[in-house]
Design a protein around this ligand. Structure first.
Ligand code: MN
Length: 608
């Protein structure tokens, strides 16, 4: 994009002092950030703001436990400074505050206050468990990073895998991680430009899509805006100026809201209409996609109806009879929800003075889900209790799927690659003949669908019918298609090697590879023959990897194995692995020793 031209036109439009140089990085974003930090406003009680925020959503939250968490964290981080020069405790406190504002429960906030103690101080997981219980310990352990010294280049991938496995046990691990990253992103100014860019990219590759999958828009907006502020500071400043210099915007919106409110009243639909400005990142994305140099930012309102789903369509009728709809802009995410369960009607109309206006329509529960996603479970447990079992299962279906294929991924790096692929691809939604709705990455084939249904269905897949007609197994499926998988469950059935050339989903790829490895293993067709030392080393390594996997861990650095071999009196690591293969030393023992040698060593590498 041409930044110079854009900056020039922005300068013409704005008479206020131009935001250039370092001012871009301060600006409103910095001010918004400072208002988030509870520090300067509560000179007496550093946790006062946090407690009040928590009490707003949870009047009976355990304040004493929160204070205890703060005191321990404050003592353990005592004397540590952040790169910005502030006392370290400001970070966990700000993370807890972000989570309190989201409406998370007391346990989450306590874990947030303590989330860096095990990683960055002498505090151990055992001490934490004894003082705060297993639930808080699980959450803290879930966001604790593996040490680069021991896990080498795999540390990052292993850390993400561990985090997701822990999240499978308790989804709050991911919510804490996102708040942690958000605060780190908001305080990136103190770091070098290179590390700022690296952290921002990692955030937009993995954490933002994860946040989207869990439907937590309230956090995702802030994460994305922080990414934009870091990677495209000029665009951020330009959108910020644009937003604050649209004098006619407020007048236009209040006219729109007034008209809509009275038209809805006349139609006897109880609803509230409010301004719903887009966040900066989404303005930037749309502007760049459309080739604009100026921010492309349509006014937008949301209608929240106090009633049932059918009232949304009635409200849509009112909108479309008040102003002319723009063809092709209507989307029904109520009939076809997005994969994160987001539901709403979207339309664009030509409002007063033929100015385009975006309108979102939803019920109160849809609005809650749109804003908080999975967080609703903790913010409003009574609401979740009323959901059907199926609805609750659908909330975490995506994570279950990821955890299924993580258990067969060869190593953490291939797992992370698969995860990135799953997160970045567009999605299609297909239906099985028994009415199940399955989300797949776009470009997926009937074989991908078969493996998404079950591993056995995948291995036994012999044909597929799309809308009633047989199609080749490599045909890409399109959104909305009804697909029937023909699968035979015979002893000699199995995947074809050719499938590897067209499957798109990690699940299918991993299961097909695994099948061939097992067949190759049984017939002795592997790389090493059955009776060689090399084969026994391989077997030992496989047994050890499996034992580590069962403990949610992985091996990143051979040096660790080498030093353990020495400790146990073996000449080298191969000798130790042969001993494992011949069962002279149990794989589980070796795994436990490796893990305790890693956990013993202190780590010092903020932020996460
Ligand atoms: Mn942290």
């Amino acid at each position: 994009m041409d930044l110079t031209a854009g900056a020039g036109s922005a300068a013409q439009r704005v008479s206020a002092p131009a935001a250039v140089g370092p001012a871009i990085h301060e600006g409103r974003f910095g001010r918004r950030l400072r208002s988030l930090l509870p520090w300067p406003n509560q000179p007496g009680d550093p946790v006062g703001g946090l407690l009040r925020a928590h009490r707003q959503q949870h009047p009976r939250g355990n304040v004493a436990l929160l204070r205890k968490g703060y005191l321990v964290a404050d003592r353990m981080h005592h004397g540590q400074l952040r790169k910005s020069g502030e006392p370290y405790i400001t970070h966990p406190l700000a993370v807890a505050r972000i989570l309190a504002d989201l409406g998370m429960d007391t346990t989450t906030l306590v874990a947030a206050l303590l989330h860096d103690t095990v990683e960055d101080t002498s505090y151990t997981l055992e001490e934490l468990t004894a003082a705060f219980g297993g639930e808080v310990a699980l959450l803290v352990d879930g966001v604790t990073k593996f040490d680069k010294v021991y896990f080498g280049a795999n540390a990052e991938a292993e850390t993400i895998r561990k985090m997701l496995v822990r999240a499978g046990k308790d989804i709050r691990v991911l919510v804490i991680k996102m708040a942690d990253r958000l605060h780190n992103m908001q305080t990136l100014a103190a770091r070098s430009p290179a590390s700022r860019a690296r952290i921002a990219r990692a955030t937009s590759e993995v954490l933002v899509p994860l946040c989207d999958r869990l439907g937590i828009q309230a956090l995702k907006r802030q994460l994305e805006d922080a990414v934009l502020w870091t990677l495209e500071p000029e665009w951020y400043a330009r959108i910020d100026e644009h937003r604050h210099n649209q004098r006619d915007r407020a007048g236009f919106l209040s006219a729109v809201i007034g008209t809509l409110q009275s038209e809805l009243n006349r139609a006897k639909i109880t609803a509230t209409v409010t301004d719903r400005p887009r966040h900066y990142y989404s303005i930037w994305k749309d502007s760049v996609a459309a080739g604009h140099d100026d921010p492309h930012d349509l006014p937008r309102v949301v209608i929240v109806v106090d009633g049932r789903q059918t009232d949304c369509y009635a409200a849509l009728g009112t909108v479309h009879t008040t102003w002319r709809p723009v063809p092709g802009r209507f989307k029904d995410f109520i009939a076809s929800p997005k994969n994160n369960l987001y539901r709403s009607l979207h339309t664009t109309v030509l409002g007063p003075g033929d100015q385009p206006l975006e309108v979102l329509i939803r019920t109160e529960p849809m609005h809650k889900t749109a804003e908080y996603g999975i967080v609703v479970n903790f913010r409003d447990p009574e609401y979740t209790a009323r959901l059907s079992r199926q609805a609750r299962e659908e909330q975490v279906a995506w994570l279950k799927r990821v955890l299924d294929w993580q258990s067969v991924a060869e190593d953490a790096t291939s797992f992370l690659d698969a995860l990135r692929c799953d997160l970045t691809e567009g999605q299609v939604q297909v239906f099985t003949t028994d009415g199940r709705r399955i989300q797949l990455p776009s470009g997926s084939t009937p074989v991908d669908l078969a493996y998404a249904l079950s591993t056995e269905t995948g291995h036994g897949c012999v044909g597929a019918k799309r809308d009633g007609r047989l199609v080749p197994l490599g045909t890409p499926l399109a959104d909305g298609e009804v697909v029937e998988i023909i699968s035979e469950n015979r002893l000699d059935s199995g995947p074809s090697r050719e499938w590897l050339s067209f499957v798109r989903t990690p699940a299918a790829q991993l299961q097909i590879n695994l099948w061939f490895q097992q067949v190759a293993g049984e017939t002795g067709g592997g790389a090493a023959g059955p009776d060689t030392v090399a084969h026994r080393v391989q077997l030992g390594m496989a047994a050890l990897s499996l034992a580590l996997r069962h403990r949610d861990r992985g091996l990143g650095d051979d040096r660790l194995l080498l030093s353990l071999a020495g400790e146990l009196g073996y000449p080298d690591q191969e000798a130790l692995l042969v001993a494992v293969a011949e069962d002279r030393i149990p794989a589980g023992d070796v795994a436990d020793r490796l893990i305790s040698s890693v956990d013993r060593s202190p780590v010092d590498e903020p932020p996460g």
